[in-house]
Design a protein around this ligand. Structure first.
Ligand SMILES: [Zn+2]
Length: 113
């Protein structure tokens, strides 16, 4: 620790020109977002504003989250469906179509078409 380093940055009275009247910048804080493509993006927010859980990655446009180990793009995957379940689903659809066709055929027969 060097003593006196805190004073070095002080420039009180060192500006003979008229002082810049720009208002002080609003306090900000940075939040890092991580997307599924591996980009980490630092987004600045106003200090008093709550940052959202997800943010669109400025580099690839994918949703980016706060947790680098679980970016939102990767977490949202299709629920696993077994092959058997898929076959059953298709079968029932085909059965339903067949039943409907049969019913229509009987209806037409009754009408004498
Ligand atoms: Zn990205």
């Amino acid at each position: 620790m060097s003593s006196g380093s805190a004073i070095r940055g002080s420039r009180i009275g060192s500006s003979p020109m008229r002082p810049d009247e720009r208002s002080e910048p609003a306090p900000r804080r940075q939040v890092t977002y991580y997307c599924a493509a591996g980009h980490d993006s630092i987004i600045w927010f106003a200090a008093e504003a709550a940052n959202p859980d997800t943010w669109d990655c400025p580099r690839c446009g994918q949703p980016a989250g706060l947790d680098p180990s679980a970016p939102p793009g990767r977490a949202r995957t299709e629920p696993y469906k077994s092959h058997l379940a898929y076959v059953k689903e298709r079968r029932s659809e085909e059965d339903a179509a067949a039943i409907l066709a049969e019913a229509l055929a009987k209806l037409r027969q009754r009408r004498g078409e």
